[in-house]
Write a protein that binds this ligand. Sequence first.
Ligand code: G4P
Length: 554
Amino acid sequence: MSSEQVNSPQPSAAETSNSPSTNSQVPVESDPVVREQVKKRRTFAIISHPDAGKTTLTEKLLLYSGYLNVAGSVRARKNQRAVTSDWMAMERERGISITSTVLNINFQGFQINLLDTPGHQDFSEDTYRTLTAADCAVMVIDAAKGIEAQTEKLFKVCALRKIPILTFINKMDRPGREPLQLLGEIEEVLGIGAAPLNWPIGSGTDFQGVYDRLKKQVNLFEPVAHGSLMVPTKVETLDAESSALDPDLRKKLRDEIELLDGAGASFDRDKFLRAEVTPVFFGSALTNFGIEPFLSAFLELSPPPGARDSDKGPIPADRSQFAGFIFKIQANMDPRHRDRIAFVRVCSGRFVRDMSVQHVQSGESIRISRSHRLFANNRESMDEAYPGDIIGIVNPGGFHLGDTLCEGKPFQYKGMPQFSPEHFAILSCNETLRRKQFVKGIDQLVEEGAIQILNDPNAFRKEPILAAVGQLQFEVVQYRLEAEYGAKTSIQKLPYSLARWVEGTPEDLEALQLPTSAMKTLDRENHVVALFGGKWELEYCMKQNPKLEFKTVR
Ligand code: G4P
């Protein structure tokens, strides 16, 4: 644990990134209306290992914000009792969440946008992309399990972008690890300071409340049936005369707090905003213990949308002209509509429906008349949006992941991360008569980023080679091709686990020598991608071809 003590959080220097930047080559004057809206926005995602309690925590954050009905549907969505589309049935069968949605919560004057991310590791690419649209993240950890593989992976993506992270240590109502041990693990495994802003009182069946180190308050919770209601909280000081707290637990708590307070420096919000320290909270999403303190700390600590990097310098959020980027594309979200939705994260200015914007990558001007707010299969028209908001717009074709839409002088936001595939398979269409639908389906799934496609330049029949980060992506592609495009397919797995984009002069590329066990393929833009069975083969090949570069991403 870092030697952090707590002081009340103050607005920070790192948050003033909205002030106009002298580096920017596009107009950046601050607009007072946009500035006010930006202050109210909080856009975040929850990262966790499957089963750590992300769905339950989401549900409880909704319950505490007064969104009882929506809270129920989050669980229903996970359990897939209320699915309406066939494709969603696959989620139900597997009990995992494949698609991501956005929840909009109005609470205490804040407009909170919660980006839901699939927990399954095979969809990490989708999650990574969604994280590019978030301004901060909440990391949920199971108190009995500590840092698990998927949490670590997702944490690394946040660290790459330096997204501030709040940590919620969940399931304190069950026997778990010692809090100090958990804090130590966060610091050791993730390499980030861990500052406990509250501290659990008791654990397992004896978990009674949390001590708020900022307010120096003991919060004791009363259990309610099945955690379906907000828990009544009794607030007292650590030295309260007539305490409801068992004297032994009180003594233990006092000793622990003394130890923590004696450890040194104060909680530094700037360090949190720079992703150097994570404030840690303890609780139980199931019983609602600790949800309220966590929610209020979240509103106090989490940053509003800030400036984002572009090829023309950082673009502040609070200028008047609209700009945003596409972080997700999804076809056939709802079979009743059968259209493709591009999810746009608004990063600057004001969006109004029917406005004309420039699609920077194609140079075309596009009027956005169909803009939606989306939750699962429900969509409603969205007439206005501000930085931090997510709008779903009907993709006229031509939109790709990472593209920028903007008003005024064009610029491009920094690109999306792309991940090197690790699973490969040849996909064939079973019925010649459905070939057209098969090709259309593949095109749209590639556009969504659901899968990457390669092809074998030497093959007689040009069947696509699917390249995926996670194995399950193959099954989703096959399932969706059949359910949405009527094309039954067969799959033949290939024995490779590494892909490298090969770069060099045309002559050197022509002279490329691959081990017989490797395979040369081309991506959609005809760049050479070599597939290898393992690291050893790759290293051997690199030695054989010293003039060429072998890159994990292009
Ligand atoms: P996920 O979205 O991260 O995958 O996890 P989810 O919230 O679905 O939680 C996974 C399981 O852990 C669920 O149990 C859930 O009830 C339980 N859980 C979540 N938070 C807590 C907590 O604070 N304490 C305890 N004791 N359990 C918690 P399940 O049996 O798999 O599902 P269900 O039958 O409860 O829906």
